[in-house]
Design a protein around this ligand. Structure first.
Ligand SMILES: Cc1cc2nc3c(=O)[nH]c(=O)nc-3n(C[C@H](O)[C@H](O)[C@H](O)COP(=O)(O)O)c2cc1C
Length: 321
């Protein structure tokens, strides 16, 4: 519904331009569906108009198919959710053959989320994708253990993160490369700079937080795995700071995500510097969240007398004073 203030401007929320550019990728609006929370997109096509999304990030893809972790894989926590999916996926070759042809018929930018357990895994997955048509770019998930370095996370150390981005950049000659950072770092600014220096086109901040939930009666984990990753509203204030810190540290665009449920959440991320956002856990409660957010964003910006989303970006000061 158009508010009384609309008459004042002679314009309406429909005039608000939500389009953003993340490097070479143009998005109709700044809301992407986050990796692992929207399958391969196709599963949601009967529930959601996929073309209403700014973009879509696939479930993480590995070189070989993976069965994932034992059930239960999800559990609710206060203001959040824990997951231990174990990166189950069909494998990159089956994705290219069985999912991508149908997915690429939808007029929406699709990014393939890529992960591995050594440098070569990342490069090989990207090489398979480079030969396929219908992708807008790649998102590298570096919150994975490097089995060749004693299981330390690629994303936990700037030197290791730089190494994996260098390898991926070499393989990804034809498409933009986004790098999704782990929130478990001492200095997100250092990490962001290390990744930018290796040629990343954008950063996605951030992944889930290692966490656990137990049942004292049984003395067992509430997940099939002992621990999982925390997402949802509980993490928003923590990740918001990471997005602010990362945005200050680099020139490339930062895509923020963590606990977004409302238009105000989206605008908070944009205020601290995000150029776009992703929605994950909220899609579990309502797969149409991103569609709803798109119209709520227009209303909220219009009410604040703004006609492009970029007017708000980075409004929050870099320093006190
Ligand atoms: C069930 C589930 C599966 C996920 N799988 C992936 C994945 O395969 N790759 C990845 O980079 N992130 C994955 N994530 C992390 C999300 O993309 C996102 O970073 C995180 O959930 C925080 O956003 P949210 O609070 O909006 O959910 C997954 C999250 C959930 C809840």
């Amino acid at each position: 519904m158009t508010s009384p203030s609309a008459a004042k401007f002679g314009r309406s929320p429909a005039d608000v331009d939500l389009s953003v550019a993340i490097g070479a990728i143009r998005l109709r609006n700044p809301i992407l569906a986050a990796s692992g929370t929207f399958g391969y997109g196709l599963e949601f096509a009967h529930l959601v108009d996929l073309t209403s999304l700014g973009g879509f990030v696939t479930k993480g893809l590995s070189l070989e198919p993976m069965e994932g972790a034992p059930p239960p894989r999800l559990c609710e926590t206060s203001s959040g959710m824990l997951n231990a999916i174990g990166l189950q996926n069909v494998g990159v070759r089956a994705f290219v053959k069985e999912k991508l042809p149908a997915l690429s018929k939808f007029d929406v930018p699709v990014l393939a989320n890529v992960f591995g357990y050594c440098l070569e895994d990342y490069s090989q997955v990207i090489r398979v994708l480079e030969d396929a048509e219908g992708l807008a770019g790649y998102e590298l998930n570096i919150s994975c253990p490097n089995v060749k370095k004693g299981g330390l996370q690629f994303g936990g150390d700037p030197a290791m993160a730089a190494e994996v981005v260098r390898a991926a950049r070499k393989a990804a000659a034809n498409r933009p490369l986004w790098v999704k950072l782990s929130p478990l770092v001492a200095d997100i600014g250092l990490m962001a700079k290390a990744v930018e220096a290796e040629g990343a086109d954008a950063l996605t901040v951030a992944n889930t937080y290692p966490a656990m939930a137990v049942d004292y009666r049984t003395g067992r984990s509430r997940l099939g795995n002992l621990t999982g990753g925390l997402s949802g509203p509980a993490i928003k204030p923590i990740t918001l700071r990471l997005v602010w810190e990362a945005s200050k540290a680099v020139k490339i665009p930062v895509v923020g995500l963590g606990g977004i449920e409302t238009a105000a959440d989206v605008l908070d991320y944009v205020t601290v510097g995000a150029a776009a956002v992703q929605v994950g856990t909220a899609s579990f409660a309502d797969p149409q969240t991103s569609e709803r957010l798109r119209s709520e964003l227009r209303e909220a910006l219009f009410e604040s007398k703004m006609f492009t989303i970029n007017e708000l970006r980075g409004k929050f000061p870099a320093e006190i004073g």
